[in-house]
Design a protein around this ligand. Sequence first.
Ligand SMILES: NC(=O)c1ccc[n+]([C@@H]2O[C@H](COP(=O)([O-])OP(=O)(O)OC[C@H]3O[C@@H](n4cnc5c(N)ncnc54)[C@H](OP(=O)(O)O)[C@@H]3O)[C@@H](O)[C@H]2O)c1
Length: 253
Amino acid sequence: MKLSGNTVLITGGSSGIGLAMAEAFLDGGSKVIVCARDQQHLLDAQRKRPDLEVQVCDIADEAARKTLAAFVTERFPGLNVLVNNAGVQRDIDLTRGLDDFGAGDNELRVNLEAPIILSALLVPLLARNPNPALINVSSGLGFVPMANMPVYCASKAGMHAFSLAIRVQLAKLGVKVFEIVPPMVDTDLNPAGRAKRGGFKAGLGPEEFVGAVMQGLANDTPEIGYGMTAGYAAASRAELDRRFAEMNARWGS
Ligand SMILES: NC(=O)c1ccc[n+]([C@@H]2O[C@H](COP(=O)([O-])OP(=O)(O)OC[C@H]3O[C@@H](n4cnc5c(N)ncnc54)[C@H](OP(=O)(O)O)[C@@H]3O)[C@@H](O)[C@H]2O)c1
């Protein structure tokens, strides 16, 4: 896809991968609007990049989503790229019944339902403009799930399936669909889970990862992985099973 001259809405663009993508699109000469729940974080991002447009929105909230779609349609009628990036991740142990599931953000709503509905709300606008694209951020954990995050992994596997199907549907409107498949990146995602695992760092920052993502977008690569996830799109079922067994070998021990 063309990396300049776009009008881009990035959900969850106040930190991490979303903010790094926002900066990369701004640097390439696109207009960028980001949304997130925390106004202070949005204002911090805008202080760093005064050319960034920011909007408070909880994408899990139906009314807020509609308000966001109406806002961008009116203020940014040239919107041609939607990046479904906002996401939450929690360790959830279902052996404890519903306790963990109900104790925080609903990952199915934020990571899967919201991007599907936002896409539906905005695809007609994207398709009216030149070079339209829908960019979904899934996860390596949608391909190779981890036992301590069953709901997150299910939401991301759903995002992968959604991306495959919607790519075929939107082809007739000329909307390109990309799926970004991050490996572990050092961001603010799931601080409690990361602390439980000893504050483990992947040694991969969002800027380095997004550098590879922008290259993939420029090359029209439909599924963009990096490092450990680079081969997931082409991996056989046997290979994914092997990685799954390896990743979960110590679960419960
Ligand atoms: N980091 C990784 O290792 C990794 C690996 C694979 C996939 N991913 C995916 O990459 C995406 C970005 O994550 P990240 O690592 O950059 O994490 P992050 O730094 O925590 O960023 C998440 C962003 O999403 C926003 N957000 C969360 N819930 C929201 C909601 N309900 N409505 C609107 N915005 C919301 C957050 O802002 P507020 O909290 O203020 O709303 C923040 O801007 C996610 O989809 C994540 O699942 C990350």
